[in-house]
Design a protein around this ligand. Structure first.
Ligand code: AHG
Ligand code: MN
Ligand code: MN
Length: 315
């Protein structure tokens, strides 16, 4: 089987980029080990601090952030680190050539209930500065800590999936993920319905109407509450993920963060033939204005993203 280093050698000539990916993959292995034993080590619950976004940090959010920091500090290819858990960007190596933006542990609300969580990352050229559009990404990926530990990666080509073997190697298990164009599965937090805009209400109403509705087919709903797990399902079998702008998140620009949640996931989904949108434009075309900037997120099967965009055009 192909391992991560062999795959990297065929996907890129850029040694700095490859080493940045290896560092994030190594951080993922260490975080996986910590997560597996966290209840034994007493690494549960809140850390007692809040991050710059005003969210209560879990002990494991901070531990994961420290593990990522440690691995990236050891790598002279890294110029700057942007993390969900750090208010400011951190200068790393002055000779560094790439910027890493990360959500060290996505799905915090699922940490203490043993449901899949993940580490998301985006890699950008240092020359472009902190605020670059998603189209400038050199690579993006995530590690999903589920029944299997998966590393999903894309440089410029296909979106590939690796599985962590018991000897610590990442082995290629899906060479090119393919998000089916059509799907009958949507993911949204329906408890937020009262905050939704007309487009979201109409999209969901039409889906729930099933065969009798204008979409003319039956839909199922899934919402894990960890973006990594919801996107992984979509990469494997299709569907749509929605965290649109709603009346409660509008003043902040949305719920999810552009640099380390929306952009890397859009990069991976588009590499697998899916689509991304804010409702108004492709996610990768959004001009960032801040490192913790939020955006509306619509990701997944092309036909479903188009149906949602259609509702935005009509409303
Ligand atoms: P994080 O744990 O990094 O703050 O991100 C949580 C995000 C994302 O993983 C998930 O899709 C979404 O928040 C869940 O939001 P709700 O709590 O509104 O369901
Ligand atoms: Mn997150
Ligand atoms: Mn997080």
């Amino acid at each position: 089987m192909t391992n991560l280093s062999q795959w990297l050698a065929t996907e890129t000539n850029d040694d700095k980029l490859a080493s940045a990916i290896e560092s994030m993959a190594a951080a993922g292995v260490e975080i996986a080990t910590v997560l597996r034993q966290a209840p034994i080590a007493g690494q549960t619950g809140l850390a007692g601090a809040t991050n710059v976004q005003g969210e209560a940090q879990k002990a494991l959010d901070l531990i994961s952030n420290d593990i990522v920091l440690k691995h990236l500090r050891e790598n002279p290819a890294i110029s700057i680190l942007v993390s969900e858990e750090l208010d400011e960007a951190v200068e790393m190596s002055s000779q560094g050539e790439v910027i890493v933006a990360t959500d060290p542990l996505d799905g915090s609300s699922n940490l203490d209930v043993n449901v899949t969580v993940g580490t998301i990352f985006s890699i950008l050229p240092a020359a472009g500065g902190l605020l670059q559009k998603g189209t400038a990404q050199l690579a993006a990926g995530y590690v999903a800590y589920g029944p299997a530990t998966s590393l999903v990666l894309r440089i410029k080509g296909a979106t590939s999936v690796f599985t962590l073997a018991s000897d610590g190697q990442w082995l290629l298990t899906v060479a090119a993920a393919l998000v089916p164009e059509a799907s009958g599965e949507f993911a949204i937090n329906t408890a937020r319905e009262r905050f939704w805009d007309a487009a979201t209400k109409n999209y969901v109403k039409e889906s729930v109407a099933g065969e009798a509705g204008a979409a003319g087919k039956r839909y199922n709903m899934r919402w894990v509450g960890s973006m990594v797990a919801d996107i992984h399902r979509i990469l494997m079998r299709g569907g749509i993920f929605l965290y649109p702008l709603d009346s409660e998140t509008a003043s902040k620009g949305g719920r999810l963060r552009l640099l380390y949640e929306a952009n890397p996931m859009a990069w991976l989904v588009e590499g697998a033939g899916g689509r991304s949108s804010t409702g108004q434009q492709g996610i990768l075309a959004v001009e960032p204005t801040g490192i913790h900037q939020r955006v509306p997120v619509i990701l997944g099967s092309a036909e479903e993203v188009a149906r949602m965009e259609d509702w935005y055009r009509r409303s």
